[in-house]
Write a protein that binds this ligand. Sequence first.
Ligand SMILES: C[S@@+](CC[C@H](N)C(=O)[O-])C[C@H]1O[C@@H](n2cnc3c(N)ncnc32)[C@H](O)[C@@H]1O
Length: 267
Amino acid sequence: MTEEEFLRIYRFLKNRYGIDMERKKEIMQGRLEHYIRTNGFQTYSEYMNAVESDFTGHLERELVNILTTNHTFFMREFEHFDYLRQVVLPELRMKEVDKKDLCIWCGAASTGQEPYMLAMLLKDYFGLEHGMWDTKVLATDVSTAALKQAIAGVYEKEQIDTLPEQWKRRFLRSIDNGSRYEVIAEIKNEVLFRQFNLMDIFPFKRKMHIIFLRNVMIYFDKKTKEELIQKVYDVMEPGGYLFIGRTETIDRTSIPFQLIQPSIFRK
Ligand SMILES: C[S@@+](CC[C@H](N)C(=O)[O-])C[C@H]1O[C@@H](n2cnc3c(N)ncnc32)[C@H](O)[C@@H]1O
């Protein structure tokens, strides 16, 4: 990959998806090399010409699938789920007691573990009352490959190890002689998966009570993060909560949210 080819792919990804791979040439090349070779492209330039002239969008989707990092796992940063159970949900249960309708959005859902955990927590928290509430989780990601896995809701045994026993028994069923587990339909039905690029205009008609945007802004530069946070603020219900990754940094002085904890914000 020449420097020029690298810059072309780098700019394409940054302009359209916010993803900044400036110092990640080796990673980019490592991820694309096999694809280029097996799909008969002679050079990265030839490949990018094909991506940019493919009006079906198929090649671009594949590029995004290859270059995004979809690492996630059940129980990641569980402190957020504790905070939801102890503070946010009791507050929203009182506030929305008449409508019984909560809008929850997980904006970088990857392979589904995070939104499924939200659905499990909501089911658990509302208990017998759950049927009276609408607490569906909207789960979006830009990677169609990650979303495909998320929709299938099938995980290797090792991937569910971190989940509490009680949740495993209640919300998963073993398949393939116990080597894999599938999220039960009752939980799958509580999550709506859609492809969505966070750089696009937000199309949401209703305001959100809870937004999870964890471990995605690490790939964006400062300006992109600030613009995104402003859009998130605009679609947030007053009193709503935003959760970001616990190791992520955003400049608190430049954002409109009230800081609750380093990774929890309130409108
Ligand atoms: C490291 S994963 C984080 C998954 C999960 N939120 C977590 O914390 O475990 C980052 C996800 O962000 C997605 N992503 C990256 N850029 C995006 C964009 N512009 N719009 C939507 N999703 C994006 C990637 O496809 C990937 O699945």
